[in-house]
Write a protein that binds this ligand. Sequence first.
Ligand code: UD1
Length: 320
Amino acid sequence: MALYLITGIGGFIGSSIARALLSRGEAVRGLDNFSTGNKNNLAEIAARIEVHEADITDLDAMHRACKGVDFVLHQAAIPSVPKSVLDPLGSNEANVDGTVNVLVAARDAKVKRVVYAASSSAYGDTPTLPKHEGMKPDPISPYAVAKLASEHYMVSFFRCYGLETVCLRYFNIFGPRQDPSSPYSGVLAKFITQMLKGEQPTIFGDGEQSRDFTYIDNAVNANLLACKADASKAAGEVFNVATGRRVTLNETFKALQPLTSYSGQLKYGPARGGDVKHSLADVSKAEAGLGYRPSIDFEEGLRRTVEWYRKEIVADPVLT
Ligand code: UD1
């Protein structure tokens, strides 16, 4: 049994990784300041995990959290493009300073490996599709810059201190427990809950922008593989985590109509600042280096996610 520290354990990705690790008999410690994370996401596993309520920018707290840890899965972040456009300093503090603290504490505690939740936003709006890891990054938003800077810190800690790091560039992860309630929430969490409640969703722009929407189980699996992959293939490396297929927002709305029984229309609003037009991943490097293969496709992921939110809304109709 190994001990895993998950930063951002209260988030939908962090809590999903925690459940997967527990089901494999591993020991889990989590750290979260619960600013965007939610204790409800941990309700059914609370008795089986140790949680440090602290901020990743608190180095002492990070040192305490890393004690005796084998693997760190660094998921904590302020995960929003538009929020970073409004508050670049806040984004930088959480998404860059926080990461350096995690790395320093992991290095000092002699952690075996740190796996980092990097972002597809690093690629920016370059016209070449699909995006592969050899391409020159071209981040647009402060969020994207912060996530890319943290990737460089990961690689730097491998090169300078020999701390094994693996960066996973997530492409629009979605699934149960993603918070739909903030204006900065991921589009699928918003659209699904709005449509289930009969509310009209808004597409920012013409709806022809596309994303490689990736179901949560694929991201969880990538994290587990990244911990165990051969260091000669994975340490100090960056990998796309996605499905290798893109869907437009207009198509997404159409796919959700029958699943949510929504018979209304949608609205179109102004395009969002900092948005990229198209996002699609080449996942062959993750396949070769980590043994990663997306196992749940977009349609199946949508079905599972809609079913989860349907039950939540029945249980708690004020969920927004
Ligand atoms: C970006 C990153 C992703 C990162 C995420 C963190 C890219 C390609 N992806 O996702 O890696 O994990 O930030 O937040 O940069 N939209 C609407 N209506 C809404 C909400 C959103 O039309 O109510 C649109 C957005 O304008 C955007 C698309 O849906 O075009 C997806 O938005 P969102 O879910 O916020 O994710 P990204 O910004 O693509």
